[in-house]
Every structure is written in structure tokens, then in C-alpha cells.
Design a protein around this ligand. Structure first.
Ligand code: P6P
Length: 345
């Protein structure tokens, strides 16, 4: 069997060794991808250290800057953005970055630093939770450059506006009770836990698959009256099934991680009559698409209620989308209710 999971992949091996084993399945691999993933892990360790000290340093609280969405950027947001962009541009084998914290793409200008990969990133998802010591996280997606072959020419926006189905890899890092990095290259979903005593991410979840008939309903109840009728109906059915409990902390990547491991569904639906939330609040490119790519590879589904998130073509860097991510059964029911609703209306 050429499947890396069936190979000698044991809990406790470090990320570097894991990448080396799984990259054996890609004879054309040049090591650039491994280098890129290693840089993401390094930046994650640095951010993890600051998150763990946030209460002690002067990092807490809001900066004076605002991001493109008019949100006051938490100082840790800006710090995480700087750490990841610096680590990636200087040694990550990439040609362009699309970041939630940057209104425009950052293209790598120096030809000698340019690599063939494109990265989308939410450097620190869940900022609103920073000051309350709740889990926060980094979300990333990795594509190939498509605008022109090789690295001679600089990349451009077109390289970033790719649908999630073309992701080479996607993952996230959660800074919580422990720091956990989850990623997939399109076959299996792997989870690594940071062992601070040696500064290494060690394999803790060799093959994540989402459970089908158990888990949590995860959404912000306070918006229920703003949701479309199909979503309200789905929530009622899921609650009455008696199969699910409810959890929501307001950091998508942490809520999503719980559903990925325990089952259920995470929702951030559209609120059609609320300016700024007519397409929900979450961003397609660097939040919904990476987590949908992950959950599909874990046997689940990611949808906007009408189509797979990974099939959505981004028009702009900061497009928003409704997101339903969870077991195929629950996401499928939301889509079914939307189909019936569209036919009736
Ligand atoms: P609300 C965090 O700010 C975030 O972008 C996501 O991580 C999270 O799922 C959502 O916003 C929470 O939004 O409206 O429930 O506070």
C-alpha cells in the first residue's frame, strides 16, 4: 500500500519526520513544500509563545489600526501577521501571500526568494477572544502559482483567487490548552501537538475522521431570528434529534476543531437583512475554503447551503461566504432544506 497512513506513522513522531515520510509519495517533491510547512510550524511556535504570555506582555488589547473590514486590529493580530509574513517571505518558498490583515496581496519581489507556492492566511482568527483567554488560531491554505510558469515573473492577485478544490494543502494551528497544528495535503488529516519541552510538534492524531451521528451544534444562537427559514428549520431538527449537545466560543477555528474531532456541525449563516452580513461574516479564501478542504478530507462536508465551499470561485481577496461545516448528514440536510425552499419560493 502506498498510503502514508498505513506506513510506519506512529503517534509521537515529529512533524519534520512525518513530512519526510508522507512526501515519499510525491517523487517530484523538491522539498519546497516541506520547507514551507516547516516555516508555518516555526511561525506557529513563535505566535504560541506570545499568546501564552499575552497576559504578561503589553500585547493585550486593541491597536489603533483597523483592517479592511473596519475592525480594530488586536495587537496580537498585527504581531501574528508580521511573524507569519516574515517567516514565509524570507524562507517559505512562496511567491505571494493573501492575509486577512492586509488589504492587498503581498507579492515576493526578490526573484531569489520567490517560490512556486501561494499562501492564504488568517494569522490570528478569533481576535475577539484574545483578552478573555479563550482559544484562538491561525488558518492557512497553500496553492500552486498559476499566473505564469516558474518564478521568473512576480505572482499576482489571480494566483490567490483560486477555488478551494485546487488547494495543495490546508491547515490551522490552535493556541489553546495546548497548541495543535492540523493539516492535510488532500488524503488524510493529521494533527500534531506542540511539546514545549522540546519545541517540536508531535503527531497526536494520525488520521482524523469526523464522527457521523454525535457531536456538537456550534453557532451563535443570538442571530437565530436573522437566519433564512431553512437554517432555522435545520437547527430545530438537529436540536430535537437528541443526538447533539451545543458549544460555541466564537473562534471559528476552535469551534471547527471541536466538530472535526467530535462530530456535529459548525454554522455561520447569512443574515440577509443585516448590512455587512448578507453573505455571513466568515471569509471565503482564508477561512471557509481551507477548513472545508480539511473537513472534506476527514469525511465531512463544507457548504454555503447551496454548493460545496471548495467549488466557489473567489472574486475578491476578502469575499465573505455563509459556512456550514460538519458531518455529511447534517450539512446535507441544510442543503436539502435550502433546495426545497428555493423551489417553493
Ligand atoms: P460572532 C472571530 O472574530 C470570527 O471571525 C470567527 O473566528 C468566529 O467564528 C466569528 O468571528 C464569531 O462571530 O458574530 O459569533 O461573534
Amino acid at each position: 500500500m502506498n498510503d502514508p497512513v498505513s506506513r510506519e506513522i506512529k503517534k509521537g513522531i515529529d512533524l519534520r519526520r512525518h513530512i519526510a515520510i508522507t512526501q515519499r509519495d510525491y517523487p517530484q517533491a523538491t522539498g519546497e513544500f516541506s520547507q514551507l510547512l516547516g516555516q508555518i510550524a516555526l511561525a506557529g511556535k513563535i505566535v504560541s509563545r506570545e499568546v501564552n504570555r499575552a497576559g504578561l506582555g503589553d500585547i493585550l488589547g486593541k491597536s489603533k489600526e483597523e483592517n479592511i473590514h473596519g475592525e480594530r486590529q488586536a495587537r496580537l493580530d498585527l504581531y501574528a501577521n508580521a511573524v507569519f509574513t516574515r517567516a514565509l517571505i524570507h524562507n517559505g518558498g512562496i511567491c505571494i501571500i493573501g492575509s486577512e490583515e492586509e488589504s492587498d496581496p503581498i507579492a515576493v519581489r526578490q526573484p531569489e526568494l520567490r517560490g512556486k507556492y501561494v499562501i492564504t492566511i488568517d494569522p490570528l482568527d478569533g481576535s475577539s477572544n484574545i483578552d478573555y483567554n479563550a482559544s484562538i488560531g491561525t488558518i492557512f491554505g497553500i496553492y500552486r502559482k498559476i499566473s505564469s510558469p516558474g518564478t521568473e515573473k512576480s505572482a499576482n492577485l489571480a494566483d490567490l483567487l483560486q477555488p478551494g478544490r485546487d488547494l495543495v494543502a490546508a491547515g490551522y494551528i490552535i493556541y489553546g490548552a495546548s497548541t495543535v497544528m492540523v493539516y492535510t495535503t488532500g488524503q488524510h488529516v493529521y494533527g500534531f501537538t506542540l511539546d514545549n519541552s522540546i519545541g517540536e510538534f508531535l503527531l497526536s492524531y494520525p488520521n482524523i475522521k469526523i464522527p457521523e451521528n454525535e457531536g456538537y451544534l456550534s453557532f451563535n444562537e443570538s442571530y437565530f431570528s436573522n437566519w433564512d427559514k431553512p437554517v432555522q428549520q435545520a437547527v430545530k431538527e438537529f436540536r430535537e434529534s437528541g443526538l447533539y449537545s451545543s458549544r460555541y466560543i466564537g473562534t471559528m477555528v476552535a469551534d471547527f476543531h471541536r466538530n472535526l474531532l467530535a462530530g456535529g456541525i459548525f454554522m455561520y449563516p447569512a443574515e440577509r437583512d443585516v448590512p455587512g452580513k448578507r453573505q455571513g461574516k466568515l471569509r471565503l479564501l482564508y477561512e471557509a475554503a481551507p477548513v472545508s478542504f480539511i473537513i472534506e478530507n476527514a469525511g465531512g462536508a463544507g457548504s454555503d447551503g447551496f454548493e460545496r465551499i471548495v467549488n466557489k470561485q473567489p472574486e475578491n481577496l476578502h469575499d465573505k461566504t455563509p459556512l456550514f461545516a460538519g458531518s455529511k448528514k447534517l450539512v446535507g440536510r441544510v442543503e436539502e432544506l435550502y433546495r426545497d425552499w428555493s423551489e417553493d419560493s
